[in-house]
Write a protein that binds this ligand. Structure first.
Ligand code: 5GP
Length: 114
């Protein structure tokens, strides 16, 4: 897949406010936060969209979600609650084509979303 801004962040070619890293996942603060806490969790091995994920990505996607939940718990966000979002393609609002989980917290979220 084509390189993206997140690939450059993973390779440390451009700066980001990194808050979590393990062998498979990197997490950094969103440049344009939509909540008091807005962190992006990205797999180091890029998948462009959720639509392009396949059975061979199951373990990586599981690790991505579990890393997000563990971070939220460690940051004390889980009791009040939080929202996770994966945008897919144009109608989903995806702008960076390297699959990522948005973790949004620190305020009450509304449903349905706009
Ligand atoms: P999407 O719209 O693809 O679901 O989410 C992309 C997110 O990446 C947006 O919330 C946007 O603010 C964020 N973003 C775009 N470019 C950068 C960047 O260079 N650094 C960081 N930290 N976030 C970015």
């Amino acid at each position: 897949m084509a390189d993206t801004i997140f690939g450059k962040i993973i390779r440390r070619e451009i700066p980001a406010d990194i808050v979590y890293e393990d062998d498979d996942v990197l997490a950094f603060r969103d440049l344009n936060p939509q909540a008091p806490v807005h962190v992006l969790f990205v797999p180091k091995r890029a998948i462009a969209t959720l639509d392009e994920a396949g059975p061979g990505d199951a373990e990586l996607l599981g690790k991505l979600l579990l890393a997000t939940a563990a971070y939220a718990r460690e940051q004390g966000l889980a009791k009040d609650g939080y929202r996770t979002v994966i945008n897919c393609n144009e109608h989903g609002g995806q702008t960076v084509f390297h699959l990522h989980v948005h973790l949004l917290a620190g305020r009450r979220m509304h449903w349905p979303p706009g």
